[in-house]
Design a protein around this ligand. Structure first.
Ligand code: BGC
Length: 270
């Protein structure tokens, strides 16, 4: 097992219950390319109730290796209640259906089943951008916003989450729309900005072309933009010229954890 990173702290579950009737808390896990992070989330406020624990993603990020880390995160927190986890792929009924930026061995894997079996916990797995969007819609930049809200996350790839009156339409994968003859994320993801050493001004032109295409297709009431670049939103969002209002995501590093926990809590509450 890999050593924990510096924000690793002892977890405490004091004063919180995961009772199916009160749904006060759930554990959220954010599975990313470089780190797997988890914490207990207060599902009434969206706040983390324990410090975020981060374990580096194994080099060979096969389902078995990632499941081992998931077990470790729950073990350290002493958590046995419902768990939600994000995954950067299409997740249909718990099964990964794509692997644009992850190990291809995930395609066809029943991620829900692998993690439930490894941990014995009640698990729900959802797409990473869907989770981040859910956190923003419940507690962040799109709280109480009616109508069509589209969250776009700019990172290694481009993730998307579509909401109608706060309800998620899962697995939209708008990062793979065709843009000027290319897979959109291969032109406008934040990783491309880094790789090609583009300035924010140069990169914003690509984002402009991409987001006007999405706008023309969906006529949203609000765009949310997330991913690491959302912390520099003032450097590129004002350069965009769209009819739809745009707000940067608010939950930043915690969005995946919070959204995953909310998905687990809301499924329990159904
Ligand atoms: C994947 C999506 C994912 C996004 C952000 C894309 O390449 O296809 O499923 O949400 O990257 O990680």
């Amino acid at each position: 097992m890999t050593a924990p990173a510096s924000d690793d702290q002892p977890a405490t579950t004091e004063g919180l219950t995961a009772s199916p009737t009160t749904l006060e808390a759930a554990f959220g896990i954010d599975i990313g390319g470089s780190g797997i992070k988890g914490a207990i989330v207060d599902t009434r406020t969206g706040e983390l109730k324990t410090p975020r624990v981060r374990i580096p993603t194994p080099q060979e990020s096969s389902p078995e290796n990632v499941a081992e880390i998931v077990v470790e995160l729950l073990h350290r927190a002493g958590w046995t209640g419902p768990v939600g986890a994000t995954f950067p792929a299409v997740i249909k009924n718990g099964v990964a259906r794509s692997a644009a930026n992850v190990d291809p061995s995930w395609i066809g894997t029943d991620v829900d089943a692998v993690f439930s079996k490894a941990t014995g916990a009640d698990f729900i797995v959802l797409n990473d951008a869907d989770a981040a969007g859910l956190a923003e819609v419940r507690f962040g930049a799109a709280k109480d916003v009616a109508g069509v809200v589209i969250m776009l996350t700019f990172g290694t790839g481009i993730g998307s989450a579509l909401f109608l009156d706060g309800d998620l339409v899962p697995n939209t994968e708008l990062g793979h729309l065709e843009l000027q003859g290319h897979d959109a994320e291969s032109r406008a993801a934040a990783s491309v900005k880094d790789k090609q050493k583009l300035t924010y001004k140069q990169w914003a032109k690509r984002v402009q072309a991409y987001m006007s295409h999405v706008e023309a297709l969906f006529s949203p009431d609000l765009f949310l933009v997330g991913g690491g670049v959302s912390k520099d939103a003032d450097r590129w969002v004002p350069l965009l010229d769209l009819k739809t209002p745009i707000r940067p995501a608010q939950l930043l590093n915690n969005a995946g954890i919070v959204g995953a926990a909310m998905a687990a809590a809301e499924r329990r509450g159904e």
